[in-house]
Write a protein that binds this ligand. Structure first.
Ligand code: KG4
Ligand code: ZN
Length: 340
């Protein structure tokens, strides 16, 4: 049991550094964001076509102190107002995570505040609680660069995966297809932009699953790669916008169809979406359509879809309220973390 469990108002300073964003946020009672600061490294990694782990770690080291100071200033708080320090401990790039974890440990020790290590996945899910009244139980579609799953959020801390990906994550497939089309990193928003100028004229392969439910993105990714190679060999111009639109439609169809199927099988009609791909406008529009089937639909605000620290501060509040123990100073960064 942690020392804050019974406290009425809890203000968390949260840090996130799992990939290429150095972020700090001050979050009150899990749903109110007092400040959220993100220093992105996208421009630095763009020239390499993806995130270079060592460069990410070095840039987190350069940014973290200023990002934390800015978050405190913007929220108008001092260390006396902070009840706990929370940090993403995994999943992510190990060297990148270590920067946040060690900085958080230092702050917690120096300020005499409890430390809470938070799973990045639970953070993405918790982004749905910010400025919203969403409460478990519900189904959540998790679609990021590292994970694709439909999970049942039984309560704030109990998460059961009902369908996961057998190969690539949805965001990873967006990034790889974007690369094949010569679009910059990160690919998701670029595909979305280009798809607006095209039509989904190419028939993409569909996943055929029986009783066992799973996602698979290798089929549509390979289809696009082969199509591009075939057209290039023939010397034909690439209909990039049509390919982007076709891929996006197939990728989004797979996500939405699975949620719809799991919703029917479980009878759960309260639905949420989490992770970077939840920023996609087509995905959001298709989810909105599910309201016609009597579903209640929640999304994070756009600024909390991709990596940020506000979602970590929100997840920390609900972890504290579950009565979990504080993390020890031996808290370690972990490259992989299970969905539960
Ligand atoms: O959640 P996130 O920021 O980081 C991980 O935890 O992985 O997700 C990043 C992923 C990237 O693969 C990116 O291409 C994808 O989310 N993404 C999108 C969009 N915005 C970001 N995919 C499709 N459409 C978008 N608008
Ligand atoms: Zn993420």
């Amino acid at each position: 049991m942690n020392s804050l469990f019974d406290k009425q108002n809890i203000t968390v300073l949260a840090i996130e550094s799992s990939c290429d964003e150095t972020a700090c946020a001050i979050v009150r009672n899990g749903r109110e964001v007092l400040s959220s600061v993100i220093a992105t490294q996208i421009e630095i990694h763009r020239r390499f076509g993806g995130v270079v782990p060592e460069i990410a770690s070095r840039n987190h080291t350069l940014a973290i102190e200023n990002v934390v100071a800015e978050a405190m200033t913007k929220a108008g708080v001092t260390r006396d107002d902070i009840d706990a320090v929370a940090v993403t401990y995994g999943a992510g790039l190990l060297g990148a995570l270590l920067v946040g974890v060690n900085f958080a440990k230092g702050l917690a020790y120096a300020w005499g505040k409890p430390l809470f290590g938070i799973s990045h996945i639970k953070g993405h899910i918790a982004a749905n609680y910010i400025d919203s009244a969403l409460e478990p139980p519900y189904l959540c579609l998790l679609a990021s660069g590292g994970h694709t799953a439909v999970v049942k959020v039984e309560d704030y801390e109990r998460i059961t995966p009902l369908a996961t990906s057998r190969d690539d994550a949805a965001g990873e497939a967006f990034d790889k297809v974007a690369r094949v089309l010569g679009l910059p990193y990160p690919g998701g928003p670029e595909i979305e932009k280009l798809a607006r100028e095209g039509k989904p004229v190419f028939d993409m392969p569909k996943v055929k699953h029986g009783e066992e439910l799973y996602f698979s993105y290798s089929g549509i990714k390979t289809f696009v790669i082969n199509l591009v190679h075939k057209l290039e060999q023939k010397g034909e111009p690439l209909p990039k916008a049509d390919i982007a639109a076709s891929f996006q439609q197939a990728a989004v169809d797979q996500l939405v169809d699975m949620v719809s199927l799991v919703s029917k099988r479980t009878g759960i009609k309260k639905l949420a979406v989490a992770g970077g791909v939840s920023a996609n406008a087509l995905l959001r529009a298709r989810f909105d359509d599910m309201k016609k089937q009597g579903c209640e639909v929640y999304y994070p605000k756009l600024c909390y879809c991709t990596d940020n620290a506000a979602m970590i501060g929100s997840a920390a509040y609900f972890l504290i309220k579950s009565g979990a123990d504080e993390s020890p100073y031996s808290l370690d960064a972990k490259a992989t973390v299970g969905i539960q």
